[in-house]
Design a protein around this ligand. Structure first.
Ligand code: ASP
Length: 303
């Protein structure tokens, strides 16, 4: 354990639109980050420990709790990490991986920053990353709920009987899909005792999603960003978040000296209220979260 541990700040979220009942999972994750800081004093290790804890929780849409794609069988996950020591790694559309956030960290040790799909899965196999193929009751129940919603009044696919949509899991034209019914990405931002910043994020994507869909979570400057002035993570419908390069814009306002609460509010206000979006961030002096829906979260600050 480090003898020299000083002030730190940790903020964790469990996805905008998720119930606050899941706050306990975020608190446990933030606690894991504190434990990790006590061991390594490394902001990135702490952020990853928090996210891996939520990936293993089973209730969040990340890791073992990830939502199923429209085919009702496939889980595709994205994750990312970044810190002010220069580490940057991400994975997109990975399958059967227990902790995508740890795989994203491993990518940071390759010459690349982002690996996707089959190549990322093979990389996981090559480094012996633990696998996870089980589909839980929680995941099935979430998919059944979505299936019922799709079979309702909203056309799942133009010209196709909704009841048959399971056979049509990649659409010619997905424009008529209803707005995302499930978000619940997880994320953590940390200011370490040495003043370094880190961010880690992980998601099963937003549902309903076509196979191959990638949101904002593994895209630098959209779902996440860390720099010498702080670290930012976003949650919400990735298709909208990427259009605003949300994490990078919020980081820019922080860099310009805007108070953190104001910068987060300005970020949320970029979006129409019908679009779920949430943000967490830490700076040299502040640690905050904001969202336009319920968002499970936890914050631990030690002066
Ligand atoms: N941003 C994630 C995505 O679009 C979903 C979420 O934050 O809940 O993949």
């Amino acid at each position: 354990m480090s003898e020299t541990q000083e002030g730190y700040a940790i903020v964790v979220h469990g996805g905008v639109g998720s119930p606050r009942d899941y706050d306990d999972g975020c608190e446990r994750a933030a606690g894991r980050a504190v434990e990790e800081l006590a061991i390594s004093a490394d902001a990135l290790e702490a952020a990853m420990a928090a996210v891996a804890e939520m990936e293993d929780d089973g209730r969040f849409n990340a890791g073992t709790g990830s939502v199923l794609c429209l085919d009702g069988a496939t889980v595709e996950m994205d994750a990312s990490i970044m810190d002010t020591r220069g580490r940057l790694g991400a994975v997109a559309c990975v399958q059967g991986i227990k902790n995508p956030v740890l795989l994203a960290r491993a990518v940071a040790d390759t010459p690349h920053w982002l690996l996707a799909g089959d190549g990322a899965n093979r990389f996981a196999a090559a480094i012996g990353h633990p696998l996870h193929h089980e589909i839980s009751e929680h995941q099935r129940a979430a998919h059944d709920k979505l299936r019922r919603a799709l079979a309702g009044s909203v056309p799942a696919m133009p010209g196709v009987d909704n009841k048959a949509f399971l056979r049509f899991w990649n659409y010619h034209n997905p424009a008529d899909l209803p707005p995302s019914a499930a978000c619940d990405t997880v994320g953590a931002v940390v200011r370490g005792p040495d003043g370094h910043f880190a961010v880690a994020c992980s998601t099963g994507g937003s549902a309903p999603s076509l196979l191959g869909r990638v949101g904002d979570t593994p895209i630098i400057g959209a779902g996440f960003y860390a720099g010498p002035h702080g670290a930012v993570a976003a949650t919400g419908i990735g298709e909208h978040i990427v259009r605003h390069l949300l994490a990078s814009r919020v980081y820019g306002w922080i860099e310009d000296g805007m108070p953190l609460e104001q910068a987060l509010k300005r970020g949320i206000d970029l979006f129409d209220p019908s679009i779920s979006v949430g943000l967490i961030a830490v700076t040299k002096t502040e640690a905050a979260f904001q969202a336009n829906r319920d968002m499970p979260r936890a914050r631990i600050v030690k002066a």
